[in-house]
Design a protein around this ligand. Sequence first.
Ligand code: PGA
Length: 248
Amino acid sequence: MRKPIIAGNWKMNMTPTEARKLVDALAPLVADAACEVVICPPYVDLAFVADLLPGTNIALGAQNVHWAEKGAFTGEISAPMLKELGVKYVIVGHSERRQYFGETDETVNLRTKAAINAGITPIICVGESLEQRENGVTDAVVTVQTVAALKDMPEAAVKGLVIAYEPIWAIGTGKTATKEEANETIKVIRDAIRGVFGEAVAAEVRIQYGGSMNPKNASELMAMPEIDGGLIGGASLKPEDFARVVKY
Ligand code: PGA
């Protein structure tokens, strides 16, 4: 049985003061959640938010990580730095990073390995553009992205990580993939993992859906057999909405 995991991706939102308000409001609302609950604030909020989380059932995640342990990479943050703050999860390869910041399948693979080496669980994002979906290449795109992200990784590491299927056309647009579309593409991703790492790994990897997931559509998406959670952007910025998604 895969334990569902709902993660909030705050993106570039929330000053430390705003972050405190959000966490203070959210913690009691999700205290009895049946799933794993994660929030991914911006880097500058992490240390601050980390201090607010003991005694709650909310785990801390970051939104990116560099692949080197340290060095001359101005503006970057390494996995050991995140680890020391108590970060448990890190989003890797979000489509906004791929689109605006030159993220490639190769760097996604490097970041994934760096996170694993530091004992942080990556949440690896894959997903097709609208054009790719209309051209019928969705399955090929997510398969290539998934296999490339996991290149040269040991089975034991792959088992424990999280993948987020996020169709780019559904992110922040209010357009959600239908539950059938999401379920089918997640099955394709699981099949790709099965092809490389075998059945036991494929059966254990948790795969989230992300893209305009909200309190209204969370329960029908979460009822699908392949969908193990959600990566939530916009709806994670409002404590009541995020709590309703968490309690789908
Ligand atoms: P959204 O973002 O929920 O605002 O569509 C999801 C994401 O980009 O992770």
